[in-house]
Design a protein around this ligand. Structure first.
Ligand SMILES: O=C(CO)[C@@H](O)[C@H](O)COP(=O)(O)O
Length: 229
């Protein structure tokens, strides 16, 4: 239990407080979009330019989440601030932050449709323009990994190395997403569930049509670089 930052990190006090507040607030999007039940899932965010990140305390109900329930850890997963035991996935998130300097936020959910694909170990094929836009191809499947150490993180990093997708379906487990910010990772988790559901329904009706690889590239490029304001 550490109620204040260690002395050498004193200068980060205000930024860490803001990070904990923002990370707590992002969690509301998970039950809000039907991506989790009870205490499943978590969000983390890196404090930019530092070796720190904030993550949900383990097993804390979403209704009760406040900034004080966000545990601040270093990139080895050691707690530097917080009264709670950190998320079961802390070592996994830490591994991803250590190996992906471009990642500023991560989300984990057990959202129903995407997790049903994970249970079968089947990637979601790129058959929707929205998938090309956000994921740049299929949503890949990572290996089965036990919970509690960095095994999940290793699977995430290894799988996403060969993909433009910010989401990976960890086999028999669920969805893990990465983003430049926590908000971007939340968006990827919301969109992952949406396309998982649509492609599932399409498969009940027939055979979804793949999108040609060069069209996937064009769609991805437009959405990533020209879409929006
Ligand atoms: O599935 C897992 C473990 O990967 C978690 O999502 C749990 O469902 C929630 O764990 P905490 O973050 O509350 O420890």
């Amino acid at each position: 239990m550490t109620a204040t930052l260690p002395g050498h990190l004193d200068h980060l006090t205000d930024r860490v407080a803001a990070l904990r507040q923002e990370t707590a607030a992002l969690h509301a999007h998970l039950p809000g979009n039907g991506l989790v039940v009870w205490t499943a899932g978590n969000v983390s965010q890196r404090l930019p330019g530092t070796d720190l990140f904030a993550i949900k305390g383990s097993g804390v109900p979403y209704d009760d989440l406040t900034a004080d329930d966000m545990v601040v850890c270093d990139l080895d997963g050691r707690v530097v601030l917080g009264d709670r035991a950190p998320s079961s996935d802390t070592d996994a998130h830490a591994y991803v932050y250590r190996h992906r300097s471009d990642v500023g936020g991560q989300v984990h959910t057990h959202s129903t449709y995407a997790t049903a694909w994970a249970a079968r170990g089947e990637p979601i094929p790129c058959v929707l323009t929205m998938m090309a836009d956000e994921f740049g191809g299929e949503i890949p499947v990572g290996p089965f990994a036990l919970i509690g150490d960095d095994s999940i993180g290793r699977g995430i990093v290894a799988t996403l190395q060969h993909s433009r997708s910010p989401a990976v379906l960890m086999q028999n487990h669920g969805v893990f997403t990465v983003g430049r910010t926590g908000r971007a990772a939340v968006k990827a988790a919301v969109m992952c569930e949406d396309v998982a559901r649509t492609v599932h329904v399409a498969r009940q009706l027939g055979s979804p049509l793949p999108i040609a690889a060069d069209d996937v590239d064009r769609l991805f490029d437009r959405y990533q670089h020209a879409y929006g304001q």
